[in-house]
Design a protein around this ligand. Sequence first.
Ligand code: NDP
Ligand code: BG6
Length: 502
Amino acid sequence: MIATESNPLLDGLQIRRRPEPCVLVIYGASGDLTQRKLMPALYSLAYRHLLPEHFAVVGAARSEESDDEFRERMKEAVRKHARDEFRQEVWDELANGMRYCTLDFSDAAGEDQLTELLREVDSERGTQGNRVYYFAVPPSAIETLIREIAARREGDGWVRLIVEKPFGHDLASAKHLNELIGEQFAENEVFRIDHYLGKETVQNMLALRFANGIFEPIWNRQFIDHVQITVAESIGIEGRAAFYERAGAIRDIFQNHLLQLVAITAMEPPSDFTADSVRNEKVKVLRSLHTPGPKSVVRGQYGRGFIEGQEVPGYREEEGVSPTSMTETFVAAKLYVDNWRWADTPIYVRMGKRLPRRETTIAIQFKRAPHPPFEETAAEGLRPNVLLIHVQPNEGMSLAIGAKVPGQGMSIRTVHMDFLYGSAFREGLPEAYERLVLDAMLGDATLFTRADEIEEQWALVDAITAAWQRDRPAFPNYAAGTWGPPSADELLHRDGRSWRRH
Ligand code: NDP
Ligand code: BG6
């Protein structure tokens, strides 16, 4: 166990400056994301006095609601989903600056009404015309909103746009969206969210690699045998059939969260921690990803099975899903980064719904010691060194090393050195959305994806999905509650390797 000195400043969110006055406009304020993630994140920021001194939240959506009804609904959402205890005085301060506007995005009159409301809020709350627009809306609505916001820009206040994923549906649509945004806004006004980058453990990869002298010299093909990245979820599609049928696992998670984990794991050290330096290094990795051939990509779809002892339906039996759906709910692939650091070092990735448990891990598997001077029998229980980063849950990391078993003679076994956030730091981990919303208010885009990164990610996904058009796998091909189809295991067995023991 690793101990740290208790220091409240170690809660990274507490050492930031406060953002300038602004209004956060949430388009899609009646939706799932707003109540489960955004409002609880705002509450936690308010709880820590991290919101601007002059601040307001204006929710906008189609559903009819008064300001008070909106506040009441958001209060329930905070009670249910926030990580912090509910404190009336914290809530009151936040709720005092909350307003709601009923509008249909395609209706110009509604947008006029919103503009009027924002002016009123500026004069009441001293928010100085500064705006953060959060698009918590279906991707199809984004184009209209971009045009409306650009057309209504006024005064000296700054504007920032937070755009949710998925950003486009393929390379062509993402390029189109980037071009449209680029015509009206500067890149530093655009914040494309990938909430995995807001996770503490993902940011800690940068600290681990670049703040310690011991890892970087061995973080390469000479010492690393291969990397395994797993993004496993035990949940199914949670009523999001309309979205998921179109997206599938490859667009929902592989294209964004998973490829960002690959980029962070494989990138070169940036010269500093500014948005451009970090993103310049990530995009180089994404550009160097070799397109995997058909044999190096596996897709799956879950059938009926058991999760924690409960029987759950197969994907094709979920409400809103076609009984003959060919949408994948699992993807595994062998990726190569074509550069000097990683040449010939496979990065195996897998991700899926209805796997046995929720687990996101990055496992760096090192090569075996070149010449252990022990008898073969002494080292029977010894496995190669693995640095295992637990992105979630049980956030932390663990280094597997060989150690002598106490007693007579020489017998060596694998043991683990663990660092757990829960015991090393006093403060709970902030939710990813807290960090990201705060960063956008501060104008810091380091943890957001840049246009070129998004496009590289889509280029890879387009190549994979184009190859998928040529065959029709026999879906479903894995039972809910198992680790994907047998072909996912074969992907590694062919190379004389196997997925980390579950
Ligand atoms: P929901 O379908 O729950 O909410 C969509 C929101 O958009 C509703 O408030 C809806 O208003 C509003 N809306 C849609 N069309 C219009 C329109 N024409 N005019 C006015 N309002 C409109 O979606 P989610 O909250 O789940 O997702 C929002 C975005 O966030 C999506 O891009 C999604 O991919 C992304 N996302 C969501 C995650 C989640 O956990 N939910 C996680 C990661 C990303 P109304 O209902 O009142 O009509
Ligand atoms: C979202 C996906 O981006 O990430 C969901 O749309 C998925 O399908 C979710 O469940 C997972 O996020 P987390 O933070 O729970 O790992």
